[in-house]
Design a protein. Structure first.
Lengths: 231, 85
């Protein structure tokens, strides 16, 4: 597949993401945020980092980068988009995903391994994965507390749009397993058409042979299988 | 020229951990009547314009588009005249 990873000023996971997809045999590249050609991708990735220094609100300024017009139009045409960490923040600011990512409840920058639980197999990103599957995916953020008002949250839950929740090793959804105070332990959500995924954990940091967890491959391979299945 | 003085606040229903931390330190300092603290953002924008009535909708648009996130924040602002420097 062709993967276009957007580089905003302050993105710092763009090259890792390109490398991970390239290692899996995909044609991947970075696209500078001032460019307006997405280069015909099958998948657009908004990577982790601190676009525009997180000024104003995380993702608020990146959301108006010139490339975002194209990303939004790609989304409206049903394109696949993965937003990781800061990328998730940008997607919510662009209103391609509901909710907001606010300062962690305990105010710490959390950087650690984190268990997340697959909440549904009904998404391109968890295609073939069993509901309840536990993955070890690193997190690294200070503004990752997913917030949505009660009414919208109910819609999100009822639509099966919650893809991942923070869990403990046994898969229990507990306050102790919640690293940032996210409502309902939400770690990742998808759009109504299920093609856009935003997640705070970093699958690309668990998808090289050199690191402790290789569970990030599960998410990337689920997406590969989904595309290969011709869905 | 006109200056817009804009306050952006978290909605009352949204947890403000910074405010909570400040409350904790204030009570540690002996300010034991502090009930709650909310941290807001204050933004000043100076415009090369003279008519506050014409400026007001523009400031609203700026707030709705960029300065405040309607999911989590509320805003209010005042417009005042400033001398050319």
């Amino acid at each position: 597949m062709r993967v276009s990873v957007i580089t905003f000023p302050g993105s710092n996971c763009d090259h890792d993401t390109v490398d991970v997809f390239a290692d899996l045999g995909h044609d991947s590249r970075t696209i500078w945020h001032k460019d307006t050609d997405l280069q015909n991708p099958d998948l657009v990735v908004l990577p982790g980092g601190f676009s525009y220094g997180d000024y104003l609100r995380s993702g608020a300024l990146a959301r108006f980068s010139p490339v975002m017009k194209e990303v939004i139009s790609f989304a409206k045409k049903g394109g696949y988009i993965l937003g990781i960490c800061n990328g998730f923040q940008v997607l919510t600011e662009a209103q391609l995903l509901p909710g907001s990512l606010l300062a962690n409840e305990q105010l710490d920058f959390v950087c650690r391994h984190q268990y997340i639980r697959v909440e549904t197999g009904n998404s391109p990103w968890t295609y073939g994965l069993t509901k309840g599957r536990i993955l070890d995916i690193p997190i690294a953020h200070k503004k990752g507390r997913f917030h949505l008002d009660r009414a919208q949250l109910e819609i999100l839950e009822n639509n099966d749009q919650v893809i991942f929740r923070y869990a403990d090793e046994a898969g229990q959804i507990t306050p102790e397993a919640n690293p940032n105070g996210s409502v309902n332990n939400i770690a990742g959500i998808c759009s109504v058409n299920r093609r856009i995924l935003g997640m705070m954990p970093h699958p690309e940091r668990a998808a090289t042979k050199a690191v402790v967890s290789s569970d990030g491959y599960e998410i990337l391979k689920a997406f590969e299988s989904f595309l290969a299945s011709g869905n | 020229m006109l200056k817009a003085k804009i306050f952006v606040q978290l909605k009352p229903s949204v947890l403000d951990p910074q405010g909570k931390a400040v409350s904790g330190t204030l009570s540690q300092l002996g300010f034991d009547t502090v009930q709650s603290t909310r941290i807001s953002r204050y933004i000043e924008i100076v415009f090369a314009e003279d008519d506050p009535d014409l400026l007001e909708p523009k400031v609203k648009e700026i707030c709705n588009t960029l300065l405040a996130n309607p999911n989590t924040e509320l805003y209010h602002f005042d417009i005042e005249k400033v001398e050319e420097s």
